[in-house]
Design a binder for this molecule. Structure first.
Ligand SMILES: [Zn+2]
Length: 415
């Protein structure tokens, strides 16, 4: 590395360590910020010489990054931003902190994918899904897909691992070839991870016609865009690889959505030459990811924490949660997005028949939505009240970002 980059990297590590010592979080944002102030090309310098995978999408990227890092770890040391600091400051800090590693797996905020592709020149990029998120701030889904597509046109050497079940992702991952300008279509490996949420992909991003669905298949009624044949498929409690071999996947993480994340991780690792048979056992080591899916025993209750931030992830959370008393908590602070009208995009009917408790800064928004949706509920002021209001046994907690962090803090920052 150039001297300036070495200095920047060292200052970045020190700043992050000081921030941690001062009890101000894990320090990755401030560390990266200072490093990039000293050397604006620090991320590129830290990336040079590493084989890198980027993981992006609206939902599941933190978990998929963790699983992918575990799978790639078969080959050697892997740098990763495992605490969800998924912008260039976080990537810079993660690589500086890890020191020299042959591999890196980085979670990337979908808005920053183009910039991070440019800086890190990754070997692989995994594209998970695109759906509505943070209505007051995030880009429209079609606009996001357009940005990804334009970014991939500029990086035709990167190998793409993409979700065949999401029409927006398929379109983004298949920019048109233009041999005259030296633009070849990227090499894409398709995985099928299923998609419960369809409300952001009824209209074809290519031609504006309706997208139709039947079973797993989808196709545009006005142009050739349709679901590609996936190479990696979730089947029963395991994953089919491109050779047709089936691998049992025993995860400690719940839900079909995490089996899909496991299939993605195996596909990412395979791009580095890792055989699924060698990687699959490592996926079972991942227990919880920054508190997500963590289980805590307290006062006879087994409390499980599920993070859900937008309509697509709430649907998945209902599927993961057991038929047990369920606490829903909603805030609308800055990291959550200030607009809670998305609650009306979620169908809460799957909760009927369960004991439902609500809390959080915006519990009353939730109350209105549940009332309209015919789901009986009880309002509690605190997490302690919630615990006292349910019988001993499982308590599922589904919360959005800062609400999740509040509850995690009450449980002594479970990991
Ligand atoms: Zn079309």
């Amino acid at each position: 590395m150039p001297l300036r980059a070495k200095v920047a990297s060292s200052v970045s590590r020190t700043a992050a360590a000081l921030s941690r010592a001062a009890g101000r979080g894990d320090g990755s944002v401030i560390g990266g910020w200072i490093g990039l102030k000293i050397d604006p090309d620090l991320l590129a310098h830290l990336s040079a010489g590493r084989a890198i995978a980027l993981v992006s999408g609206t939902n599941g990227k933190t978990t998929t990054t963790r699983l992918s890092a575990a799978a790639v770890g078969v080959l050697g040391r892997v740098a990763t931003n495992s605490f969800g600091a998924n912008m260039p400051t976080g990537h810079t800090s993660a690589l500086a902190k890890a020191g020299s590693t042959p591999y890196a797996v980085l979670e990337v905020d979908e808005h920053y994918l183009a910039q991070v592709l440019e800086a890190t020149e990754p070997h692989v990029v995994a594209l998970l899904n695109l759906s509505r998120d943070q209505l007051d701030r995030a880009k429209e889904v079609a606009m996001m897909a357009q940005l990804w597509r334009a970014a991939l046109v500029r990086h035709t050497n990167v190998r793409v691992v993409a979700n065949a079940d999401d029409p927006m992702v398929v379109w983004a991952a298949t920019p048109p070839a233009d041999p005259d300008r030296g633009i070849n279509p990227p090499h894409v490996t398709w995985f099928s991870a299923g998609q419960r949420w369809h409300d952001d992909s009824w209209v074809c991003p290519e031609c504006g016609s309706t997208i139709q669905r039947s079973g797993d298949q989808w196709w545009c009624t006005g142009c050739p865009l349709r679901r590609p044949e996936p190479h990696w498929v979730v089947e029963d409690e395991g994953v089919l690889d491109p050779t047709g071999a089936w691998h049992k996947v025993s995860l400690q993480l719940p839900g079909k959505v995490n089996l899909g994340n496991a299939a993605t991780a195996l596909a990412v690792a395979a791009e580095f030459g890792v055989r699924p048979v060698d990687a699959v056992s490592r996926l079972g080591i991942v227990t919880s990811v920054a508190g997500r899916y963590a289980q805590v025993d307290k006062d006879g209750r087994n409390i499980r924490l599920l993070l859900a931030k937008n309509p697509a992830s709430w649907l998945e959370a209902f599927d993961m949660a057991d038929e047990a008393p369920t606490l829903l908590s909603i805030n609308a602070r800055d990291p959550d997005g200030l607009d809670t009208s998305w609650l009306f995009d979620v169908d809460f009917a799957p909760l009927r028949g369960r004991q439902v408790l609500i809390t959080g800064d915006r519990a009353y928004d939730l109350a209105v939505r549940l009332d309209v949706n015919d789901v009986p509920f009880q309002h509690v002021r605190t997490f302690e009240d919630a615990i006292r209001s349910v019988p001993p046994g499982r308590l599922e907690v589904i919360a959005n970002y800062t609400a999740f962090q509040d509850i995690r803090a009450e449980l002594d920052r479970v990991n």
